[in-house]
Design a protein around this ligand. Structure first.
Ligand SMILES: [Zn+2]
Length: 143
């Protein structure tokens, strides 16, 4: 989307919201990655830090209230994210077993919040960006 010139138009507000969503999602990915120590979270996985991805445990388009929530994220290598038999996208049994063994608190949290509803506003995104920036710096320091 191209940046509209006039700030008082609906097109500009939509553009601004889209920019904030991008910033928020990128920060979410960084928080998820730094929290995991820049490693794939799957025990025994020896994939290097290159190509690590942030996976949304609950789908980001359906569970909008959890889209930018780090509890809803796992850091995984491409094989464990989308590609292999032991991946979050291809194997829900693997995904559930990982969560119950390695991230039980996140699992409880997601069960509790999976019906939350949220309308993504500019105000919400600005607040979430601040929260995620603080988390990112905190996790970066303890690397
Ligand atoms: Zn992996």
């Amino acid at each position: 989307m191209k940046k509209p010139k006039n700030k008082n138009t609906k097109a500009y507000q939509e553009w601004e919201l889209q920019q904030l969503r991008k910033v928020c999602l990128n920060l979410w990915k960084e928080v998820v990655k730094f929290r995991a120590g820049s490693r794939c979270e799957i025990p025994g996985c020896e994939a290097g830090p290159k190509g690590l991805q942030g996976h949304h445990i609950l789908d980001e388009k359906l569970f909008i209230a959890l889209r930018y929530d780090p509890e809803n994220g796992v850091c995984a290598c491409p094989k464990n994210h989308k590609l292999g038999k032991e991946s979050f996208h291809k194997n829900p049994i693997f995904a559930y077993e990982f969560l119950s063994k390695m991230r039980p608190a996140s699992l409880c949290y997601l069960k509790e919040h999976c019906h939350d509803e949220l309308i993504i506003t500019k105000e919400y995104l600005v607040k979430q960006i601040v929260k995620l920036e603080i988390l990112k710096e905190t996790y970066k320091k303890i690397q």
